[in-house]
Design a protein around this ligand. Structure first.
Ligand SMILES: [Zn+2]
Ligand SMILES: [Zn+2]
Length: 138
C-alpha cells in the first residue's frame, strides 16, 4: 500500500507514517491532514524536536510499507491563550498505544514551545488543553 509520511526535521530523519486507511467500497487510500491547516506541527518525542510540515503533494513524501506502524498518531489541540483570540493550536505526535494522555500532553507542551496559532501568537504554557485524541482511519 502506498501511504504518506512526513520526515522529522529535528535531525533524526525518522519517517512518520500519517494515519491512513480506506473506506468500504472506495479503493482510494485516505490519509490524515489537519483540516483547514497549511502546516502540520509534529512534536517528536523520540528526539525531542518540533518540525512543521507543509501538505505533501501528489509527487513527494510517499513510500510503500509492509507493516503497520506500532505507534499511534495523536492529535493534541490547545486553545490560544491570547485574549480575544479564537484560534486553536494543533500539534501532533506519535507514541506506543499504552502511553497515557497526561504524559502525551506533558511531552507536547515541552517540545512544541515554538508553535504559533494562525494569528501568530506563540503557544504558551497557559494555553488550555482542548482535546487529545488518537487519529485512526482504519
Ligand atoms: Zn525526530
Ligand atoms: Zn492566537
Amino acid at each position: 500500500m502506498i501511504i504518506r509520511t512526513i520526515t522529522c526535521s529535528g535531525g533524526c530523519g525518522e519517517q512518520i507514517v500519517l494515519p491512513h486507511g480506506t473506506r468500504p467500497g472506495v479503493s482510494e487510500v485516505r490519509w490524515y491532514w489537519p483540516e483547514d491547516s497549511k502546516l502540520l506541527h509534529f512534536a517528536h518525542i523520540k528526539c525531542g524536536h518540533l518540525s512543521s510540515h507543509t501538505r505533501p503533494n501528489g509527487h513527494n513524501e510517499f513510500q510503500i510499507v509492509d507493516e503497520e506502524a506500532p505507534d499511534v498518531f495523536w492529535e493534541v489541540i490547545f486553545e490560544c491563550d491570547q485574549e480575544s483570540c479564537d484560534q486553536q493550536i494543533l500539534i501532533h505526535t506519535t507514541s506506543p498505544r499504552s502511553v497515557k494522555r497526561s504524559q502525551i500532553e506533558a511531552w507536547v507542551r515541552k517540545i512544541a514551545t515554538a508553535v504559533k496559532c494562525d494569528k501568530g501568537h506563540l503557544f504558551s504554557a497557559a494555553s488550555p488543553l482542548v482535546s487529545i485524541q488518537v487519529i485512526d482511519f482504519r
